[in-house]
Design a protein. Structure first.
Length: 483
């Protein structure tokens, strides 16, 4: 018997082979992306970018070289800064020629807070994979997002993707403190490099998880104002064998005790009201009832007290001030001549640094104490700034539609919710420069595992690579709608 191969069978075989080839190519592409993302993340974590001994310039140069190796023109990748340790990288991904759309900007800080080896179970400046997590200083704040942005720039470039507008990436210095904030410095000295219609800042926002279950996709719609204050007591001192009630250390300690027991008043604004209302739909029954109760008029005091035991909710409903540094005395056998503490405040929108300084003086009610504002550069002043947090910018339909579209694919069923960043970020500089800024991140972190600025900072391995995919899809969705 002779067998004939029918034309339809040939076509089916060719189609199957093509599909198999495409599938294999996709797998290879995914593997390359994953390897690139891993290597960039590792490289960034292992470059010390602390203010004390580190260098953002080294990290900026390393990321610039990654982009240059991927084919970005030299003219579109620059490392620039006020000194040799505080460099910033600015890269421009060219969009469609003759586009009438102004660029969009992505900002991310390269610096990290200090970390001591003796405090950690691993070396904070070694990239360690352990038990399904990546450990290292900056894994949550925010070298993971820096690495994601660079990875996705490279990935899009290799695909030959042409966005409908230029995309600018600025990786910068001194968001965590120091005298050379990169975003502010670039705006003041090289605005043309980063001038944009709007900005994305993955230093805020993200997916709130509860034991691995996504609760909400949050984006920052507004943020608090940052301020440090020196609380100081001085004294003639004397011999420790002749103690007196008038003791500089006691004055400062008593003031901090008062601060601990006297939270600032409960407040709401349009963003936090929406946030609490949305969270009430997905929280546990008790929390949901309390969230609805604080939105009532008047708000329920017992509900406020219960929610205040949760650090995230507490910080979202009021200004917070907390002691972060303490020092005093000059000898073990002498009465202290000087004692001081640093009080760090995250100020609810609508209040200024000077207003909070005056409230602290009133709260401490001790003429032996002085309360002075400490600038980002560490300079002390008897008067804080009268600047207040900016009014939230209008939500852009293109940003929000793209976010909802990609979030629904990655975290189906998790609502997209606006929040108020309980800390502060470099968005304050872009906002004051007239660039509407939105905190959007694709990083998922369990609510009980937030370790940014803490010991053994870590990020789930799967969360990182999902973040890589999220921002890749988000950038494409955001820059293909105006062709």
């Amino acid at each position: 018997m002779k067998y004939r191969v029918r034309p339809n069978s040939i076509i089916a075989c060719i189609a199957a082979l093509s599909a198999s080839t495409a599938w294999a190519a996709a797998l290879q592409s995914d593997a390359i992306t994953r390897e690139t993302a891993h290597d960039i993340f590792k490289q960034l974590i292992e470059i010390n970018t602390t203010d004390s001994i580190g260098s953002t310039t080294v990290a900026a140069q390393a990321m610039a070289q990654r982009l240059l190796d991927a084919g970005f023109p030299k003219a579109d990748v620059v490392v620039i800064g006020p000194n040799d340790r505080k460099g910033n990288m600015v890269a421009r991904y060219r969009g469609r020629p003759n586009s009438k759309l102004r660029p969009m900007l992505i900002i991310g800080h390269l610096d990290v807070v200090e970390a001591r080896r003796e405090d950690w179970s691993t070396d904070p400046f070694k990239f360690v994979e352990q038990d399904g997590y990546y450990y290292g200083r900056g894994t949550q704040d925010m070298k993971e997002s820096d690495a994601i942005a660079v990875t996705d720039f490279i990935r899009l470039r290799k695909e030959g993707y042409v966005p409908d507008r230029d995309i600018i990436l600025a990786l910068t210095a001194d968001e965590e403190g120091g005298k050379s904030n990169g975003v502010n410095w670039l705006l003041q000295n090289h605005r043309a490099l980063i001038d944009a219609e709007f900005a994305l800042n993955p230093d805020s926002g993200g997916i709130s998880m509860d034991h691995g279950k996504p609760l909400a996709v949050e984006f920052e719609a507004t943020e608090k104002l940052y301020a440090d204050y020196q609380v100081l007591a001085t004294n003639p001192g004397g011999h420790s064998s002749l103690p007196k009630p008038d003791n500089a250390i006691y004055h400062v300690a008593d003031a901090l005790g008062v601060l601990e027991r006297a939270p600032f008043p409960f407040e709401l604004n349009a963003v936090t009201r929406e946030y609490f209302g949305q969270m009430a739909k997905i929280e546990s029954p008790q929390n949901a009832a309390d969230l609805r109760a604080i939105l009532a008029s008047p708000p329920d005091a017992a509900a406020i007290a219960r929610l205040s035991t949760d650090a995230r909710y507490n910080s979202t409903m009021r200004t917070t001030c907390v002691a972060t540094l303490l020092g005093g005395g000059h000898a073990p056998n002498a009465l202290p001549q000087r004692a001081e503490a640093n009080v760090n405040c995250r100020i609810f929108p609508g209040h200024s640094q000077e207003e909070i300084r005056l409230q602290l003086i009133q709260l401490f009610n001790d003429p032996k104490l002085s309360v002075r504002y400490r600038s980002d550069a560490g300079e002390l002043a008897d008067h804080g700034s009268d600047r207040k947090a900016m009014v939230p910018p209008p939500l852009r339909p293109d940003v929000m539609d793209s976010l909802r579209q990609v979030a629904a694919k990655r975290w189906p069923g998790a609502p997209v919710i606006p929040n108020m960043e309980t800390g502060s970020s470099d968005s304050i500089y872009t906002m004051y420069a007239g660039i509407p800024s939105y905190g959007i991140s694709g990083i998922a972190v369990d609510r009980d595992d937030i370790r940014a600025h803490g010991r053994d900072e870590r990020l789930k391995v799967d969360s990182y690579y999902t973040g890589v995919e999220f921002y890749y899809e988000f950038l494409k969705a955001l820059t293909t709608g105006h062709r």
